[in-house]
Design a protein around this ligand. Structure first.
Ligand SMILES: Cc1cc2nc3c(=O)[nH]c(=O)nc-3n(C[C@H](O)[C@H](O)[C@H](O)COP(=O)(O)OP(=O)(O)OC[C@H]3O[C@@H](n4cnc5c(N)ncnc54)[C@H](O)[C@@H]3O)c2cc1C
Length: 499
């Protein structure tokens, strides 16, 4: 089933059990709450995309699990072409929203569980596979909006889950019943969490036997008794409440939240991993690589918005053709297209992890993508601010521009070239400010899908230094026998590829 954007919004309007808080106040209708509404609209864009002419083909896919067309955000990738379509769709949706549209984490969680439960079944434990396929059907038939909740609050970072002074620092099972499990703990920074139908929970790190109670994956409707969501603040977020159409957010927004599981009951048919600590390492690796690949699409899409706003702002002051500006714009394009190219490489070089499919990205290029994303957006924003001028940090409010007492003065003094009115310049400045200094373009780029150190760990695991050493020794005429593998890249298989 394919839901329209309106159907999605109607579906999340009412929460009877889950307690959602924004700036200290309980919210019952997230669709009308001024703080959350821009975020609901960004999420809605992922549903609308399936019905808009330019995105229809990218946003739809045929699901062999229900023999129907589904929204790509709930699709299980069937080959490299699907992985490529993901990156392209994300770039385009960034153009339409100017923000993070929040639906990727749940999508990556679905694809991860498809592979991990499939691997478990190949090893003879098919119970999770059966449950997951039923859950997938449930999601695809209803075109559900999912959050992916992996990141635990983690307490003392150097201690394992079972060693923590706070035993709930990682989500864990506190009771096992005939009909299911009871879970306790909290997941942090969860994108779009107040605006979803359901939350898919995954373990956040590789675990040991002592951590077995923490090796748990499950899905629950957000509106489940015991669920508490506390939505986080963002830069300039109060502007949403001011009622403006320039300073406020005429564009859309995203939100993250802390989701607390206060002794939440989960029936067995929604438990996709429990006590299987050996599978937590591959699960984290598979999820992280999927998510790192996707950033090549959405962040380059935001990069386009920034490049576009910068170029137009250069025109407002008549410097768009100057060599110093052209050079900086070219640098921005290079940085932006590098992120996108890496995301595409990770997709085209994807491979099958299951006998029946289970298409995964190339983990090396997915990690390269994310590492570029952790760096380049800051460079892009710096160049944008350079070209836009100090006004990007000092522009007066739209309410000044609307004040009859000073309107004429501002129109006169904010204007650059005479052909472009001051209001246009102010609109572009606000767009640039909102996107280039946003959580979505900067902080999420560093930490989303794991901090930069996590990618460096993967580079060291995946790069075959011994092979590169053999090549160097052979060329140096040091006596060595090089065994030439078919693949030219000196690469070791990842944990998941070895399974
Ligand atoms: C905007 C945004 C959206 C996000 N969306 C989601 C989401 O939808 N779902 C989800 O599950 N997660 C999400 N995340 C969370 C993201 O995955 C985490 O932020 C990321 O994994 C880093 O974890 P942390 O924030 O707890 O940082 P920390 O773990 O506190 O890391 C801080 C620093 O400490 C270092 N560090 C941590 N542990 C160690 C150690 N043992 N030894 C040495 N150094 C260490 C890190 O390398 C880093 O430099 C989101 C994050 C952001 C910012």
């Amino acid at each position: 089933m394919l839901r329209t954007g309106e159907q999605y919004v109607e579906g999340i309007r009412e929460r009877r059990h889950a307690k959602i808080y924004v700036m200290g106040k309980r919210v019952t209708d997230v669709t009308t709450n001024l703080f959350l509404k821009p975020s609901v609209l960004a999420f809605k864009a992922t549903f609308d995309a399936a019905f808009q002419e330019d995105t229809r083909d990218l946003a739809r896919a045929f699901s062999p699990f229900i023999n129907e067309e589904v929204n790509r955000f709930v699709h299980i990738h069937q080959g490299p072409q699907d992985l490529v379509a993901k990156v392209k769709l994300l770039r385009r949706l960034s153009h339409k929203t100017g923000t993070c549209f929040q639906r990727c984490v749940g999508w990556d969680a679905l694809n991860t569980l498809y592979i991990v439960t499939g691997k478990m079944a190949e090893r003879g434990d098919g119970v999770y596979r059966e449950r997951f396929l039923k859950y997938l059907e449930h999601v695809q038939r209803r075109d559900l909006a999912l959050a992916g909740a992996m990141t635990d609050v983690k307490g003392v970072r150097t201690l394992r889950p079972s060693e923590q002074p706070n035993p709930d620092a990682y989500v864990r099972v506190v009771e096992e019943r005939d009909d299911g499990i009871v879970v306790s703990g909290a997941k942090a920074n969860i994108t779009g969490v107040a605006a979803v139908d359901e939350v898919v929970v995954l373990p956040t790190r590789a675990m040991t036997e002592q951590d077995a109670a923490y090796a748990v994956s499950f899905a629950v409707p957000l509106d489940t008794p015991g669920v508490v969501v506390v939505v986080g603040r963002q830069i300039n977020d109060a502007r949403r409440m001011e009622g403006g159409d320039i300073d406020g957010v005429p564009y859309m927004a995203h939100h993250e939240g802390l989701i607390i599981f206060n002794n939440v009951f989960v029936p067995w048919d929604r438990v996709f991993m429990y006590k299987d600590w050996r599978w937590t390492g591959p699960l984290v690796e598979i999820f992280a690589s999927f998510h790192r690949q996707g950033y090549g699409g959405c962040k380059s899409g935001l990069g386009d918005v920034i490049i576009g706003a910068t170029y137009e702002l250069a025109k407002t002051i008549g410097v768009d053709n100057k060599p110093n500006v052209a050079d900086k714009l070219a640098e921005m394009v290079f940085l932006n297209e590098s992120m996108y190219s890496a995301g595409l490489a990770a997709s085209w070089e994807g491979s099958k992890l299951l006998k029946e499919g289970g298409w995964w990205v190339n983990p090396m290029y997915a990690n390269v993508t994310k590492h570029l994303v952790a760096r380049f957006p800051y460079e892009i924003s710096k160049l944008a601010h350079d070209i836009a001028g100090g006004i990007v940090g000092t522009a007066p409010s739209e309410f000044d521009l609307k004040n009859e007492e000073i309107k004429n003065l501002l129109e006169k003094y904010l204007q650059g070239v005479p052909e472009i009115p001051a209001e246009e310049r102010l609109r572009l400045v606000r767009l640039l400010e909102n996107v280039s200094v946003s959580v979505g373009f900067l902080i999420e780029s560093v930490h989303g899908a794991g901090s930069p150190a996590a990618q460096k760990i993967m580079f060291n695991r995946l790069y075959d230094y011994e092979k590169a050493g053999e090549i160097a020794k052979a060329l140096s005429r040091i006596k060595v026998t090089v065994k030439w593998p078919k693949a030219p890249e000196p690469r070791r298989p990842s944990e998941s590829e070895k399974l």
